[in-house]
Ligand binder design. Structure first.
Ligand code: SAM
Length: 279
């Protein structure tokens, strides 16, 4: 006799296939344990018992699908997350980028934008922001809207300021925002060099000729097959000598593109694509 868990696995497979064919979002290679937890949340929130019932709703109801997507994207982030990473970018990466008249930077999976504005602040302090164009992408349109606004809860500023200082920040963090009672609005100049746009790492293509790609704390949600595919996408999107930055728990050591890269700052997961970088 088939176990309940096996039946549920069939249901999940059908659910993912239905979503892929109906809406074009492909979650089949997301890592199973965390995917299942998120699917359970989505199902429980709609008050349904079986994933097949959820599939029925998702196939026919756009609003239900929009709500469902929020469950499928974990957008936890912060300014200057992992401060030693920013220190390493400042000390090791920026001096090399400065040999170029102009650079292109891609933040893939930027969530609500804190990572992007952290980079903009860092480049500003290194007198390099005017020579950069930053592309910030995510597949969560709601997060992208928030990123574009650059308005964050005032209560988070203290922790962000501590990260900023630990990451080598050179000013007073409060120089970068105007504070209201509940909200802090980042200064507009920080987004002048940023383009926010929709991009799905699973289904969309190369984002060309980048000098630096930051994709931090995104690959952990993918299985190895998908991680390998996305890392190949990054290798193809980078110029020779360009930099790839991953999250603390992520690596490219297992992947097919491993030999195209050398570690620049191994502990901070900063890699450099081999080959000569032409200006
Ligand atoms: C935990 S956040 C990481 C945010 C930021 N990079 C950081 O490290 O703080 C993961 C982000 O990856 C995005 N994401 C997940 N799957 C994606 C996909 N297939 N394409 C684009 N973005 C994706 C989610 O929407 C979410 O905003």
């Amino acid at each position: 006799m088939m176990r309940e868990a096996d039946i549920e696995r069939i249901e999940i497979d059908l659910l993912l296939e239905g979503i892929r064919r109906r809406w074009g979002y492909d979650f089949t290679h997301y890592s199973h344990a965390s995917l299942k937890r998120r699917l359970e949340h989505a199902r429980n929130e709609t008050g349904l018992t079986h994933f097949t019932e959820l599939l029925d709703r998702l196939l026919h109801d756009q609003r239900c699908f929009d709500g469902f997507l929020k469950h499928m994207s974990i957008t936890v982030t912060e300014m200057f997350r992992d401060p030693p990473f920013y220190q390493a970018v400042r000390e090791k990466v920026v001096p090399l980028l400065k040999t170029f008249p102009f650079v292109k930077i891609w933040h893939a999976g930027c969530a609500t934008g804190q990572e992007v504005y952290s980079m903009a602040m860092l480049l500003h302090e290194e007198n390099f922001l005017d020579r950069a164009r930053i592309y910030a992408t995510d597949f969560n349109k709601h997060s992208l809207d928030m990123a574009q606004k650059g308005v964050y809860p005032a209560k988070d500023m203290e922790a962000y300021a501590a990260n900023y200082r630990a990451g080598g920040g050179k000013r007073d963090f409060s120089d970068y925002y105007s504070a209201g009672y509940d909200w802090a609005k980042l200064k507009d100049f920080l987004k002048e060099h940023v383009t926010f746009s929709y991009h799905n790492l699973v289904t969309d293509g190369v984002f060309g000729e980048m000098n630096l790609i930051c994709c931090r704390n995104v690959l952990i949600y993918f299985d190895k097959t998908l991680q390998d595919r996305v890392l190949a996408l990054f290798a193809d999107s980078l110029r020779h000598g360009g930099f790839l930055c991953l999250g603390a728990k992520e690596t490219l050591n297992f992947s097919g593109v491993k030999h195209q890269f050398e570690p620049l700052e191994g502990r901070q997961k900063i890699y450099r694509k081999c080959g000569v970088m032409h200006v």
